[in-house]
Design a protein around this ligand. Structure first.
Ligand code: ADP
Length: 516
């Protein structure tokens, strides 16, 4: 069972598959090379055999005469050569090994000097050509000019192959055609071919085996670091997300993978941390009003004497419940935005109208705070945006500005239109934000300490700017904040007026923080 599972794991492993691929490639390559070599070799050997038989034929024409025997008065085959000359003798003997001469009637003629049939014993072994066939061959050969030779491959009784060239030769008087065949054994060529095949058959499996082993070894070495990475990755869990896989300083693809992996873990760690922080913040934020409600109700229960006192306790408790539901609503909206469920509903509208309307709506609360509120809008500013979200963004910035500006101060909303972007500036002459707090103001639940820090109904939730940042990001825009303690704050939002596709954003807008 264990072995079976292990085997299956190996078979499915990258190492095995790489080696198998390598092995297959070798088989195809070596097979292809072998086929190519074999084809080439066969062609060369065939040409050589053809050459050899043609040489035999040419030599035969030089030494063989078919003429009348003065003694027998029959036309017979004579070999004319100098038998003292070893070269000539060797050549003629070689022709005489495989030869055959017949008349055009298909019958064998005699050999002039010996009086035997003009056929060698080795040729007899191949089988004498039937007279009918010879007659037909002679006719065919005579019909073409010059007479065409015929090549055939024949086997003797032992199975050895011979290449035979047969054709027409005329007698001395040039009257009658005779059928002559000469041949050459093919065994030497067959041997070369067989030897090559044998060597190949021995060498190829060895090469394959060596190649396979080498492939297995190399794949193993190449994959070793991958396994190390996997093992290191396995050690990383939710509780030790700070672990990183060390790079091998090789600058290769694997190092790149490790770097990418480490960056992914970094991002995971950051969002894990954010999540932890968020749930801690949420429980803290929810606990405060719940404790307050509980306190008020307990006090009422144990100490209240009159209806009036009960009524006060209930009113206080209701205010805290309002705050609770406000927090829950804001959280719900934020989590929808974060998870991408909140998509923008864009339409073309004039941002100038939006700014003017909102500033008008805020005149009453501003007057209540004795703060001057102005809109500075130059002409029209058409843009493709989500009206609800843009209004929410300006409302948040505006209410913060009014809230943090003391009596007699001024808040201005400035709208500037550029060819492809709109700039919305909300500035105040309020308390300003100290440099060290600036980087946190877009964090959830963050409130700058010392600005009426006691939690109460008037205090913000610390969620407004988080939401502003999301809205800006979802519109592919940027947000910038300049602030000087005691002098005022300016938020500058820049939004492209025409954004192609509807988008959702995350709460990771990176605001630019400056001191005025
Ligand atoms: P809140 O609901 O508390 O206003 P925000 O996320 O909108 O939460 O703002 C976060 C904090 O940033 C505020 O608590 C406040 O301390 C600071 N802040 C925001 N806007 C201004 C401003 N215009 N002037 C001074 N401080 C500001």
């Amino acid at each position: 069972m264990w072995r079976k599972r292990n085997l299956r794991r190996i078979l499915r492993g990258l190492r095995f598959r790489l080696t198998a691929g390598y092995f297959l490639f070798f088989i195809v390559l070596l097979g292809g090379v072998a086929a190519l070599f074999q084809a080439r070799l066969t062609k060369i050997l065939d040409d050589q055999a053809d050459n050899s038989v043609n040489q035999q034929w040419a030599a035969m024409k030089g030494y063989l005469r078919i003429e009348k025997n003065p003694q027998t008065q029959n036309t017979e085959a004579f070999w004319y050569y100098d038998d003292e000359d070893p070269d000539e003798s060797r050549i003629v003997l070689n022709i005489q090994r495989i030869y055959f001469v017949a008349g055009s009637n298909g019958k064998l003629i005699h050999e002039g000097k010996t009086g035997d049939d003009a056929i060698s014993t080795e040729y007899e072994d191949l089988g004498v050509d039937p007279p009918a066939l010879i007659r037909k061959e002679v006719q065919t050969a005579m019909a073409t000019s010059p007479p065409q030779p015929l090549y055939t491959i024949r086997r003797n009784k032992q199975g050895a192959q011979f290449l035979i060239r047969s054709g027409i030769v005329f007698d001395e008087q040039h009257h009658n055609p005779y059928y002559v065949a000469v041949g050459t054994p093919l065994s030497q060529y067959e041997n070369i071919s067989r030897e090559f095949a044998l060597i190949y058959a021995g060498v190829v499996p060895l090469a394959l085996l060596l190649g396979g082993l080498l492939g297995w070894f190399m794949a193993g070495r190449a994959l070793e670091p991958v396994l190390e990475v996997a093992q290191a990755a396995q050690r990383i869990s939710g509780s030790n997300l700070s672990l990183r896989i060390p790079t091998r300083q090789a600058g290769d693809e694997l190092d790149y993978l490790i770097l990418t992996f480490n960056r992914m873990i970094e991002r995971l760690e950051a969002s894990f941390q954010q999540m932890k922080q968020f749930s801690a913040d949420v429980s803290h934020e929810l606990r405060t009003p719940i404790t307050a409600i509980r306190g008020q109700l307990e006090v009422a229960l144990f100490t209240a004497k009159s209806d009036e006192q009960y009524r006060d306790a209930i009113v206080d408790a209701l205010q805290d419940i309002d705050r609770l539901s406000q927090i829950v609503r804001a959280l719900l909206l934020l989590s929808q935005a974060e998870s991408g469920q909140l998509t923008l509903q864009k339409s073309r509208l004039d941002l100038g109208d939006v700014v003017r309307d909102l500033v008008e709506q805020f005149q009453i609360p501003a007057e209540a705070e004795k703060v001057r509120l102005k809109a500075v809008v130059n002409g029209e500013c058409p843009a493709d945006v989500d009206r609800v979200q843009i209004e929410r963004m300006i409302t948040n910035l505006l209410s913060n500005a009014i809230k943090f500006t003391p009596e007699g101060g001024e808040v201005r909303v400035i709208l500037r239109s550029y060819p492809d972007l709109a700039e919305i500036i909300v500035e105040d002459t309020g308390s300003g934000i100290a440099k060290e707090y600036l980087p946190h103001i877009f964090d959830r639940f963050y409130r700058v300490p010392g600005q009426g820090s006691a939690p109460g109904p008037d205090q913000g939730l610390g969620l407004g700017l988080s939401f502003v940042a999301w809205i800006v990001k979802a519109h592919h825009g940027t947000i910038e904040v300049d602030s000087t303690l005691g002098r005022g704050t300016r938020f500058t939002v820049r939004i492209p007026v025409e954004v192609g596709q509807p988008a959702t954003g995350e709460l990771t807008a990176e605001p630019i923080l400056k001191e005025m």
